[in-house]
Design a binder for this molecule. Structure first.
Ligand code: FE2
Length: 135
């Protein structure tokens, strides 16, 4: 059972965003699998680097889209994206400083953040894009 199974509840009603979210969730599940299999420490994990890189490009996509259509919630939405990176960077710093930050804690944090963000902030964006005729 993946740590974050995809379900239609996670759909925001815009195909391009949904596709990227599915890839993102897939990489998170991959990360959970590799960590549970004990393949690598999360602070030097290949899957974590992949997740961070993909998240960065996905956020850039959403932010570019919001700016292009003049979405009024763009600043608050971008702020949430920035905050996630700060929190992940903080976890990484604590881990490299020798503190034992459990892999389970990291995975649960990422899953919960992603679920809350997609079902709240991204869904609001999706509804707004739908009203502009975007599917
Ligand atoms: Fe977002």
């Amino acid at each position: 059972m993946p740590i974050m199974p995809w379900s239609d509840m996670l759909s925001v009603g815009v195909a391009s965003i949904d596709e990227q979210h599915q890839i993102l969730v897939g990489i998170l599940n991959e990360l959970a699998d590799s960590l549970q299999a004990g393949i690598d420490d999360w602070d030097e994990s290949v899957a974590l680097t992949k997740l961070v890189d993909y998240t960065e490009s996905h956020f850039a996509f959403e932010e570019g889209l919001m700016r292009r259509v003049g979405y009024p919630g763009v600043d608050a939405h971008e702020q949430e994206h920035r905050l996630l990176f700060q929190q992940v960077a903080e976890l990484m710093t604590r881990s490299t400083a020798g503190e034992r930050v459990g892999t389970q804690a990291l995975l649960v944090f990422l899953r919960d953040w992603l679920t809350t963000h997609i079902m709240g902030t991204d869904r609001a964006l999706g509804l707004s894009l739908n009203r502009m005729g975007m599917r």
